[in-house]
Design a protein around this ligand. Structure first.
Ligand code: APR
Ligand code: PHB
Length: 392
């Protein structure tokens, strides 16, 4: 067995783990990354594509923002639609910041390339990481490489960046953590298609048939979604059924949709989830390992980046001065922000979807909410401020 020594053992090479290693490196702190799956699998995942200003700043701090600045699509607003009626919230006018559209897949690629360019050790395809001694000054991670070699990392800190299904949260004894969860009675069917987007802005639509979302990846590639029923799979959705549902839910704008053969179709469930606290001894959770938001509002990656920026600063301060206070504050401070983002994602999800259990009363509440926001500067300001990203 080989023993590897590092300051921070990072579990997971998703956006959280990669950004953390890059930010630590900028501050002269070394790390090792252990990832369950292959580099190719990590690079092919398709996720949301709307970036908060803090996320763009995170990429800038990491020295990885050149392609993002060159290729991103800046938006001035976001469109809400209810039974075919639409209006735009002028996010830039209200907040002074653009909404930035740039795929999470591209963020991951930029971060992997930056890590590799400086020789960062990333152990791909190591699915059996086991954490130990987390409440000591030398926490350990043991894992097996694809070649069958067992490695043991001796670190000062373990960063749990291994997503919702990872091992890190599970390594906290059950008596020392608490989960808060809501699952929603629907999923999102996502389609990627090489056709120009139907509108320049992102559109969130609530229609009596269900939710629809029009987003994009470039001027020639669109990312569209519709609400699907619980238990439905991609096999239940032909591309014809998708286009029919999607165009109907967008109202008049639906007639302008350029349909085509999807290059990807997938269904994701919707859930809100938070595990408290985000620290156990020298283990710190960041991103999806600690919390999940439903994708309405595109907060998953943004929230993960806010955690990671906070954690990197805490580690840097701790290494500088040797004080534990910075590390001790991490969980409480991160969770305060996490719950605000959970609230916004839950709120937008609640307002924009058809819930099977809703009576006429709830439907009229949704309609009243839409009408209020359309007619109120204050209502639009609160959505714009959250959409572009709360300060952290
Ligand atoms: N050991 C090592 N790596 C693991 C393990 C494990 N036991 N379990 C999971 N992983 C890896 C996954 O394969 C994945 O590459 O951890 C990574 C976690 O990445 P994400 O799930 O993408 O989570 P995170 O990096 O926190 O990114 C935040 O924003 O848009 C949202 O949910 C979306 O990916 C998203 C996220
Ligand atoms: C996307 O572009 O995939 C996207 C945009 C906005 C969302 C979710 C996903 O709220």
């Amino acid at each position: 067995m080989e023993t590897l020594k590092t300051t921070v053992a990072i579990i997971g090479a998703g956006p959280s783990g990669l950004l953390l290693s890059q930010l630590l490196h900028q501050a002269g702190i070394d790390s090792l990354i252990v990832e369950r799956t292959s580099r190719a699998r990590v690079l092919e995942r398709i996720r949301a594509g709307v970036l908060e200003r803090g996320t763009v700043e995170g990429m800038e701090e990491a020295g990885c923002a050149a392609r993002l600045h060159a290729e991103c699509i800046p938006h001035d607003g976001v469109i809400l639609s209810f039974d075919g009626e639409q209006f735009e919230i002028p996010v830039r006018e209200i907040t002074g910041y653009h909404v930035i559209v740039y795929g999470q897949t591209e963020i991951t690629k930029d971060l992997i390339e930056a890590c590799e360019a400086r020789g960062q050790a990333i152990y791909w395809e190591c699915p059996d990481a086991v954490l130990a001694d987390l409440e000591t000054a030398v926490p350990k991670v043991q894992f097996t490489t694809p070649e069958g070699e067992t490695h043991r990392i001796e670190a000062e800190i373990v960063a749990g960046c291994d997503g919702f299904h990872g091992v890190c949260r599970q390594s906290i004894p059950e008596a020392r953590r608490r989960a808060f969860e809501r699952t929603y009675p629907f999923g999102w069917l996502g389609v990627l298609v090489d056709e120009p987007p139907v509108a320049h802005n992102v559109i969130y639509a609530n229609h009596e048939d269900g939710f629809a979302l029009a987003s994009m990846r470039s001027e020639t590639r669109s990312r569209y979604y519709v609400q699907s029923a619980p238990g439905e799979t991609v096999e239940d959705w032909s591309s014809d059924r998708f286009w029919e549902a999607f165009t109907r839910r967008l109202g008049a704008l639906g007639q302008q949709v350029r349909t085509g053969e999807p290059i990807e179709m997938s269904i994701a469930p919707l859930r809100s989830f938070v595990s408290e606290p985000m620290r156990f001894g020298r283990l710190f959770l960041a991103g999806d390992s600690a919390h999940i938001v439903p994708p309405t509002g595109a907060k998953g990656l943004n929230l993960a980046f806010a955690d990671v920026r906070r954690l990197s600063r805490a580690i840097i301060t701790w290494k500088d001065g040797g004080q534990d206070a910075a590390l001790e504050a991490y969980s409480v401070e991160a969770l305060a922000r996490v719950w605000k983002i959970e609230r916004f994602s839950w709120y937008l999800t609640s307002m924009m979807h058809q819930f099977p259990e809703h009576s006429g009363f709830e439907k009229r509440m949704q309609r009243a909410e839409f009408d209020y926001i359309r007619s109120s500067e204050a209502g639009q300001k609160t959505i714009a401020e959250n959409y572009v990203g709360l300060q952290f």
